[in-house]
Design a protein around this ligand. Structure first.
Ligand SMILES: Nc1ncnc2c1ncn2[C@@H]1O[C@H](COP(=O)(O)OP(=O)(O)OP(=O)(O)O)[C@@H](O)[C@H]1O
Length: 719
């Protein structure tokens, strides 16, 4: 595998490599020539006191030295270029490969660990590749040339050098597997450490809200401690790999000196020959040592190569090599017999069949987890279904060029990811040649123009850290404007207006509605007031299509949509969306208030207090004593449970019209779960203290309520 990189490097920069190798060859030649010069310097110039010979030898050495310096500088430059090109090529190749990947890949590899492939693994392989050309191949040739010279000078001494040099490679053989194991362990710990840093950065709000800073610090400290211990051992083994050959070389040098001196005493060698032999031997020794010290580079590159291969061999879920271009879509999109699972054996969509016209407004609704976003992912071909096909005007998406699909679609995601760039640069990503009027038009349509011009730098305002310096609603509107600017034939929206205040949401939805007269709008939403505006509503339930029709048809039918609609009714929001009220009739539909006198319901409705919460806020903490019941007027929360092992599991997602915490109305007992907001939320809370005086006034309902809650508590205990 490593050789592939060597061959690719030779192919990609042959000339630079030639300069690099030439520089090193000249260096070796210079070293040997200057070593050999001792023989002539001593025997022909110094001993016979010949000034002319001395001048010729010194002059020749000077010229050779200058050539060597020039060749060395060129070689260094070439090495820098080859190295930089290697980094560039490898990183861009990895990046291209990552661009083809979908959710399975990003679930398998953590972002911080992928970053380490760029910052640690590729440079480790680069060092080994460069060492192959400079240290490796050239040391080998230098050793061969040097030994040949030595052999012609004194064969007995050369045999000693030859056998003695084997000692230099003993440490490598002995420590190789230990070094590899430590390298793997080190990267494993590094992966964990990087993951923790990544998590800390992304979840800093939750970490602060849950007071997890100390436990996160301990976790990171633990990671670092393990890295420290493995790091020390790894560095120690690597330095031994370098140092032990030095000992072997010193012993060999002593033997050569002793035996060489003996041969000189005996008159077998002249002093000049002995000096020259020694000097050549010194160069051979250096080359052998160079060869031995290249080996640790290969060991560390081996671990990095394995890690890089893990990523590069990951087959993309979606192949983009479809042949034909998708013509302008005009009739409709069909999902035919679709089955899809993220995890094998756990289907999310089952035998799903759907037709969506490519003109008009289609909403996809359903309870949380019913598969709405998954359908959108398949329509955008972020994944391919395991069976069935997604057809645009009858063309199977797997058989068309992916880019020809992307040219016709636009999308706004719920989490509105923005780039670290100015607002304007963020807006024009899909249409770099957009005019100022077009940009402003799109921003106005998305209801964000006035906000942008209100910023000190207007459209040139920098967006930091994926939009941290903007509110959720502002981010969502910029993302919407970005999609509108492309003027796509088909616009997909995934809860695209959920973070907006009611007024802005209404106005943006009216824009979307007007846009649907000339294109297809396909919107995933849980806010049925806006789904009701659409021409066609598709209701999903457990990965299947439960109902399809217009709002009126579905209401008349009184099925799942009807129930969902009912649940979201009965809330009155103030103009700016900062206040909410629940109507008495709506309260009467809650299972534990059913049958309550209208009078009591009306009085109770007044006792609810509005609570506004940002995304990521903790509403209820597991273990705290409960004292409030909540209704969600707008927004989405997650219900999570901490297990005895300290792990947190999501057990439910609740949205507009849902409720939680009703047990607290009757008993002060510890909460059984955490409730955390996913989007900005408008909650209505009713406290135990406010509720109980009401029970005193309406004693008939106490018994009923206690009965209902007892049944609920029993159900909870059983589960
Ligand atoms: N990347 C994933 N890996 C594994 N399971 C997933 C993944 N994404 C979604 N799921 C699961 O697939 C199911 C459908 O998810 P999906 O996001 O399509 O539902 P949804 O109707 O859009 O829900 P919501 O309204 O909460 O966004 C859920 O059970 C969810 O847990």
């Amino acid at each position: 595998m490593f050789w592939k990189y060597i061959i690719t490097t030779i192919r990609s920069s042959p000339l630079l490599l030639l300069v690099m190798v030439l520089g090193a060859v000249i260096d070796i030649a210079f070293r040997y020539l200057s070593s050999l010069s001792y023989k002539y310097l001593i025997d022909k110039a110094i001993v016979p006191r010949d000034g002319q010979a001395l001048a010729v030898i010194v002059g020749a050495l000077l010229v050779l030295g200058l050539i060597n310096v020039a060749a060395g500088i060129s070689g260094d430059y070439a090495k820098a270029r080859v190295g930089a090109k290697f980094l560039f090529d490898s990183r861009i190749k990895l990046f291209r490969h990552m661009q083809l990947q979908s959710h399975r890949f990003y679930e398998r590899f953590r972002i911080a660990d992928l970053l380490a492939r760029y910052s640690d693994d590729i440079p480790a392989i680069q060092s080994a590749v460069l060492q192959t050309f400079t240290g490796g191949l050239l040391s080998v040739s230098s050793v061969i040339v040097g030994l040949s010279i030595l052999f012609t000078m004194e064969w007995r001494l050369t045999l000693i050098v030859l056998f003695g040099s084997m000692l230099l490679f003993v440490p490598h053989r002995l420590l190789k597997s230990r070094s590899l194991a430590l390298g793997k362990a080190y990267f494993k710990h590094l992966e964990k450490f990087n993951g923790s840093i990544d998590e800390n950065m992304k979840a800093y709000r939750v970490i602060r809200a849950f007071d997890l800073r100390q436990s996160m610090l301990e976790k990171v400290e633990g990671n670092l401690r393990s890295m420290l211990s493995v790091g020390v051992q790894r560095s120690f083994v690597t330095s031994n790999l370098n140092r032990v050959p030095m000992v072997a070389l010193s012993i060999l040098t002593a033997v050569i000196l002793a035996y060489g001196s003996y041969l000189t005493f005996d008159g077998v060698l002249s002093i000049g020959e002995f000096m020259a032999f020694n000097s050549v031997f010194f160069t051979v020794g250096q080359s052998m040592f160079g060869l031995a010290s290249v080996l640790p580079y290969f060991l560390s590159a081996r671990t990095s190569l394995e890690r890089l291969q893990q990523v590069m061999e990951w087959e993309p879920d979606v192949s983009e090599h479809g042949g034909s271009e998708l013509p302008a879509v005009h009739s409709g999109i069909t999902l035919k017999d679709i089955s899809f699972a993220y995890v094998p054996g756990e289907p999310v969509l089952q035998q799903l069949n759907l037709d969506i016209p490519t003109l008009g407004y289609t909403s996809i609704v359903g309870s949380s987890g019913s598969g709405k976003s998954t359908v959108l992912q398949l329509l955008l071909r972020f994944s391919d279904p395991q069976s069935g096909s997604v057809l645009y005007d009858g063309y199977d998406l797997r058989e068309v060029q992916y880019s020809s699909l992307l040219q016709q679609v636009g999308v706004v995601f719920q989490d509105s990811i923005l780039f670290h760039a100015t607002i304007k640069e963020n807006l024009v990503v899909g249409k770099p040649d957009a005019t100022a009027e077009e940009i402003e038009g799109a921003a106005r349509a998305a209801g964000i123009h006035d906000t942008i011009v209100g910023f000190r730098d207007g459209y040139e305002t920098m967006i930091h850290n994926q939009g941290d310096n903007l509110s959720g609603g502002q981010r969502q509107r910029i993302a919407l404007a970005r999609a509108l600017l492309r003027n796509p034939k088909i616009l997909f929206l995934d809860e695209a207006t959920s973070a907006l205040d009611p007024e802005t949401e209404r106005s943006v939805n009216e824009t979307i509605l007007s846009l649907s007269r000339s294109r297809a709008i396909i919107s995933v939403t849980h806010r049925l007031a806006y789904a009701a505006m659409s021409d066609r509503i598709i209701v999903l339930d457990n990965g299947r299509v439960a109902e399809v029709g217009s709002h009126e048809q579905l209401i008349e039918r009184g099925g799942l949509y009807g129930q969902m609609w009912e649940k979201q009714q009965g809330f009155v929001l103030s103009k700016g969306g900062s206040n909410a009220q629940v109507q008495a009739d709506r309260l009467g539909k809650l299972p534990f208030f059913q049958g309550m006198e209208q009078d009591a319901l009306e009085q109770m409705a007044w006792l609810f207090v509005t609570e506004q919460r940002d995304a990521g806020a903790t509403v209820v903490t597991q273990g705290d004593t409960g004292d409030k019941f909540y209704l969600i007027a707008r927004g989405k929360v997650e219900v999570c449970v901490d297990t005895a092992e300290g792990k947190r599991h999501k057990v439910a997602v609740l949205e507009d019209g849902d409720h939680f915490g009703e047990i607290a109305l009757m008993q002060h007992i510890p909460r059984t779960a955490h409730v955390i907001t996913v989007t900005p939320c408008l909650l209505l809370s009713l406290s135990y203290d406010h509720f109980h005086p009401l029970l005193e006034r309406f004693p008939t309902i106490r018994e009923k309520l206690e009965g209902a809650l007892k049944t609920r508590l029993q159900g909870r205990d059983a589960s």
